[in-house]
Design a protein around this ligand. Structure first.
Ligand SMILES: *Cc1c(COP(=O)(O)O)cnc(C)c1O
Length: 391
């Protein structure tokens, strides 16, 4: 009987992620009254920092719930009852957005590709040729349960050319790689602090284009005076304007600290350590004779490495062995990918190349314990070689 570790030592998941120590310290601050002038000024300053990070012409909206709130609110607000929506599904989140879209639109058109693949921009162009009445296009940038990236800048250019609106789920990519609302021509760009920015779950960050504001305001069914409302928050960032309801004061402290870290380190440097960690991880996975879930390295996410579970290995048993023997927690798949892969997150504080070595060693050791021997040394050596090549 092996000794087991009762609490996780390394949380190397693809969300929620381990938070930065400075974020945790910020969470412990005194909870200010939301209408204290000091808090209102703090809220405005944080919203302006979020604007710097998102690089948007307008101040982003901060919704007071983790990003599923932002995604559902975006569907409810941007999609009008007579809209035709094109939903692009290359994974569980992309597919899932279609269920919300369907609730609000006239007709849902969908392009779905296998969940280890990415959307081909040419297929989006073809969809517009077949259906020039497409009004809103929705896409998930990094479909986290697959660890794959969609080419949203190219997709956004096509959507913009046809005068349609683009809604992007960039929850698990923003902050960990070069992606932003303007470069992707997004009208609504949903992200959150709880993935690559290294905060606990609790808020949505949302970039909204001028034309998206206009479309939402013209939509009689867009939620108002509602938890699902985006419109209610349009001016709430201003220190002299009221909040629709009490904001999550402590989560705002955490977000502010996370934005300071992100902007202070420099986005390019943050993205580089995410990419370096993922590259080391992929190199080690392959050197141990295992396979990356993504069909090609070029679409593999720099913020999550999804690894196929070898035939004959029980996925929950594999994660349990990593967790109980070595204290390493990784993520399972979800929906269609559940049981078929495990996911090693490289997000925020865990986007550090040496964490790839820890994850690989735990993965290799756990597989060995389950009777699937792999060369752990080769995996670690390949990861180290990848790390050293970048030094
Ligand atoms: C994490 C995540 C969200 C937020 O959803 P939860 O399932 O509540 O964590 C939304 N979209 C993507 C792509 C995510 O990775």
């Amino acid at each position: 009987m092996t000794k087991t570790i009762s609490e996780p030592v390394f949380t190397l998941t693809s969300g929620p992620v381990d938070a930065y120590p400075a974020v945790l310290r910020a969470l412990s601050r005194t909870v200010w009254y939301d209408y204290d002038p000091a808090f209102q000024a703090f809220y405005e300053a944080t919203a302006l920092k979020a604007q710097k990070a998102l690089k948007t012409p307008d101040v982003p909206v901060i919704l007071q719930g983790e990003p599923v709130l932002g995604l559902e609110a975006a569907a409810a607000s941007l999609i009008a009852a007579d809209d035709v929506v094109l939903n692009l599904a290359s994974g569980v989140y992309g597919k899932g957005f279609g269920y919300w879209a369907k609730r609000y639109c006239k007709e849902l058109v969908e392009i779905e590709v296998p969940y280890n693949e990415a959307i081909d921009p040419a297929s989006v162009e073809a969809a517009f040729a077949a259906r020039p009445d497409i009004k809103v296009v929705a896409v998930c940038h990094h479909d986290t349960p697959s660890g794959t990236i969609n080419p949203i800048d190219a997709i956004g250019a096509i959507v913009a050319k046809h005068g349609a609106y683009l809604l992007v789920d960039a929850v698990s990519s923003f902050g960990g790689m070069d992606v932003d609302p303007v470069a992707s021509s997004s009208d609504i760009f949903v992200t959150g602090p709880n993935k690559c920015l290294g905060c606990p779950p609790g808020l949505t960050l949302m970039g909204v284009s001028t034309r998206a504001w206009e479309k939402m305001k013209a939509n009689p069914l867009a939620p108002r005076a509602s938890m699902l409302s985006i419109l209610d928050w349009e001016n709430a960032w201003r220190a002299d304007q009221p909040f629709p309801f009490t904001p999550s004061v402590s989560e705002m402290y955490a977000l502010d600290a996370a934005l300071d870290l992100y902007l202070g380190e420099g986005p390019e440097a943050v993205w580089a350590r995410h990419a370096a960690t993922a590259a080391a991880c992929r190199a080690g996975v392959k050197a141990m004779g295992l396979d990356i879930w993504a069909a090609r390295d070029s679409i593999a996410s720099p913020t999550t490495t999804a690894v196929k579970v070898p035939a004959g290995i029980d996925e929950p048993a594999l994660r349990a062995a990593m967790r109980d023997r070595y204290g390493v927690t990784v993520s399972s798949g979800r929906g269609e990918t559940l049981g078929r892969l495990i996911r090693i997150g490289q997000m925020g504080p865990t986007a550090q190349p040496m964490y790839a070595v820890i994850a690989l060693a735990a993965l290799g050791g756990a597989l060995g314990a389950l009777g699937h021997k792999v060369d752990v040394g080769a995996g670690v050596a390949a990861a180290m070689a990848a790390i050293d090549s970048g030094l």
